[in-house]
Design a protein around this ligand. Structure first.
Ligand code: ZN
Length: 182
């Protein structure tokens, strides 16, 4: 029986705190939460389940969004219709990034922000992220385009940053000349 996650919204101050480095081995509870997040995010992107369980679609979540200040992010990327890649990165760090910037033309959403917020969020077009998998093995992920945005969005959460912090208040939208919009 699937139970949807209890995701906290941005009225909670904990979302502004800095999450703490995780040590290995992971305890069973932490592993179970990771599995639960993967399932929740996968179901959220499959219409049948998102309706059945009333879950808002989303591709990423960080532990702080459950009120747990651990540096763990999970991304479930639908790379092809109905096919998903899971990324679990513990203590993630962006070790390199492109000069080129992009922004999601439709803006970004967040499972902790239950309202529409308009504006382009500038992000690196490509990032390389290093961290650890659930077994404590060092891993490196290269991400581009939408997946790159997802990694930057989730890693921001670990540092208490929400996507709308990065929207220029005076000029929330870029033109095609100023920014590659995807
Ligand atoms: Zn978010």
């Amino acid at each position: 029986m699937f139970k949807k996650l209890n995701i906290i919204d941005d009225s909670h101050k904990v979302l502004r705190e800095i999450s703490k480095e995780v040590t290995f081995p992971l305890d069973k509870e932490t592993k179970d939460i990771i599995e639960h997040i993967i399932k929740h995010l996968t179901y959220s992107q499959i219409e049948e389940y998102s309706e059945k369980y009333d879950i808002r679609p989303g591709m990423g979540l960080s532990f702080v969004q459950l009120g747990i200040l651990k540096r763990i992010i999970v991304i479930v990327d639908e790379y092809e219709e109905g096919k998903f890649d899971n990324y679990v990165v513990i203590n993630p760090v962006i070790v390199s990034n492109s000069k080129e910037m992009i922004a999601a033309d439709a803006g970004e959403g967040c499972l902790s922000v239950n309202r529409e917020i308009d504006g382009h969020v500038p992000r690196y077009a490509r990032v390389t992220v290093e961290g650890y998998d659930m077994d404590g093995n060092k891993i490196r992920v290269r991400a581009r385009e939408e997946l790159s945005i997802a990694f930057q969005h989730e890693i921001d959460h670990l540092n208490g940053i929400l996507f709308y912090d990065r929207i220029n208040k005076d000029k929330p939208f870029y033109t095609e000349d100023e920014m590659r919009l995807i």
